[in-house]
Design a protein around this ligand. Structure first.
Ligand SMILES: [Zn+2]
Length: 152
């Protein structure tokens, strides 16, 4: 058995860069020219193309069986549901360059202000409602809070 042999022949598997999948994938050699693979078929998308050297682009899930198991396990124990509010919140927190201000009902806030609320945590002002209310997106929920009417 020469399982580690690098001798390439038609019908053998080789890792080639797939122009269609845009990553290094297992390909089946279809023809050889001068000891080098010439035409290969991508095992993933089944397209036939010229053999291309690896580019170092790897698909996370499609390596070896043990590697794909290892890649899955970190996520497995905690199947935490990501709620859309949290995603939006994260986006807004990351997008807002403003300093975080502690929430206080007698303070005035503007859209885009970052607020730190003692109960709800950090949030970003979404909307100003009426003269003295504002909608704030927090990690878990969107809340309407009172604040001081904007000073003229
Ligand atoms: Zn492919």
């Amino acid at each position: 058995m020469n399982t580690t042999s690098t001798a390439l022949t038609v019908g053998k598997e080789i890792v080639s860069y797939c122009t269609r999948c845009k990553m290094d994938l297992g390909h089946t050699i279809m023809s050889m020219i001068g000891g080098m693979p010439s035409r290969v078929i991508c095992r993933t998308c089944k397209s036939e193309h010229n053999f291309k050297a690896k580019k170092g682009v790897k698909e996370p899930g499609a390596i070896t069986e043990s590697a794909s198991k290892a890649a899955k396990s970190p996520r497995a124990p905690k199947a935490e549901k990501v709620i859309p509010v949290e995603l939006e919140w994260m986006k807004q927190i990351n997008a807002s360059p403003r300093p975080v201000r502690p929430y206080a009902a007698n303070e005035s806030f503007k859209i885009g202000d970052r607020v730190n609320h003692p109960t709800f945590g950090e949030g970003v002002v979404q909307k100003l409602i009426h003269p003295n209310k504002m909608e704030i997106i927090f990690r878990m929920d969107i809340k309407v809070l009172i604040h001081a009417a904007p000073k003229k």
